[in-house]
Design a binder for this molecule. Structure first.
Ligand code: ZN
Length: 315
């Protein structure tokens, strides 16, 4: 059963899984969170939900490690997620069961069809919460189904968080369905394949998510700020990115990014590196010898760990 939001006992609020990941890494001492269903009746009876992988750092192209909520206890028959999944399953049976949306739903993931460029002020969780409140308040069964259909088509398939969009990109890549359509709010229609560009194939004039492998070049300000060098060149020049300590301290995602950088730096045996996704145009500043990626908010950046595959079997 797909669950988009859950009540986190430790945070005392209802959050989506990416918010849970951010808050987990913002703790001074990392301890695992516990979740209840966001539905008021389920929450009252202590219905638990698993926050799968919220405590782990994201690894590139490993869809098994992508964070998501999963059903643990049996939910109330009137639970909002039971109702939403019933409506979703009916709709999927009517349509093609081989559609990307259907395949992702079976894996408790959702197909994102619309992306709103994130800023640090807005959160996916609030966005979804408002819509759920409206569904909960609706007593007329027909209107409720109509509102749920709207939720599945609009709010439940919209992302305001880049990591959520990147996870969907990886899921679609794994099933060879990157030609799925994607609407970028305020910019228009594209596909995942067109919107995500490898650094070396990027265009400076187009809005896109650019991605590339990178290694840590230097740590600054007592290890808080850092700079990266990308593995790929752009226009035959090296590319670097600088993340200041202020940006890390002021961003909701700063703790998680810092943990990822620490992990890459402290893991010496397998020599991991970073995969960085960021929202461009390119924000590329050309210097004599190299390009600098200028980012103004970490809400526009996602980092994942790449553990290079060993050529020899370890077993
Ligand atoms: Zn429930």
């Amino acid at each position: 059963m797909r669950i988009d939001l859950a009540f986190c006992i430790e945070l005392e609020k209802t959050v989506d899984i990416y918010k849970a990941c951010q808050e987990f890494s913002a703790q001074t001492k990392y301890s695992k969170f516990h979740f209840l269903c966001s539905d008021p009746v389920c929450r009252e009876t202590g219905t638990r939900v698993s926050g799968v992988n919220h405590q782990y750092l994201p690894e590139d192209d490993d869809v098994l490690k992508s964070p998501h909520y999963r059903m643990w206890d049996i939910h109330s028959a009137e639970c909002e997620w039971v109702c939403i999944n019933e409506v979703a399953n009916d709709a999927l049976h009517e349509n093609d069961s081989e559609s990307a949306g259907s395949i992702l739903n079976k894996k408790n993931r959702k197909l994102i069809t619309k992306f709103i460029l994130p800023d640090d002020a807005e959160s996916n969780s609030d966005f979804i919460s408002n819509e759920l409140t409206s569904i909960r308040k609706e007593k007329n069964p027909e209107n409720k189904v109509k509102k749920i259909k709207d939720y599945l088509r609009v709010t439940g398939s919209t992302a305001t968080c880049l990591e959520s969009l990147v996870s969907c990109f990886e899921e679609l890549k794994a099933i060879d369905r990157l030609d799925e359509n994607l609407t970028i709010s305020g910019y228009g229609e594209t596909t995942f394949k067109t919107f995500f560009k490898q650094l070396k194939f990027a265009h400076t004039s187009q809005l896109s998510v650019i991605h590339g492998g990178a290694r840590i070049y230097k740590r600054y300000s007592n290890g808080v700020g850092f700079s990266l060098n990308f593995l790929d060149k752009y226009n035959k020049k090296h590319v670097s990115m600088y993340v200041s300590s202020d940006m890390l301290k002021n961003s909701k995602n700063g703790g998680r990014i810092l943990r990822i950088v620490d992990e890459v730096q402290n893991t010496t045996d397998s020599n991991p590196y970073l995969k960085v996704y960021w929202i461009g145009g390119m924000h590329l500043e050309e210097g004599d010898s190299h390009y600098k990626v200028n980012i103004n908010t970490l809400a526009h950046v996602v980092m994942k760990i790449v553990y290079p595959k060993t050529t020899q079997s370890n077993s």
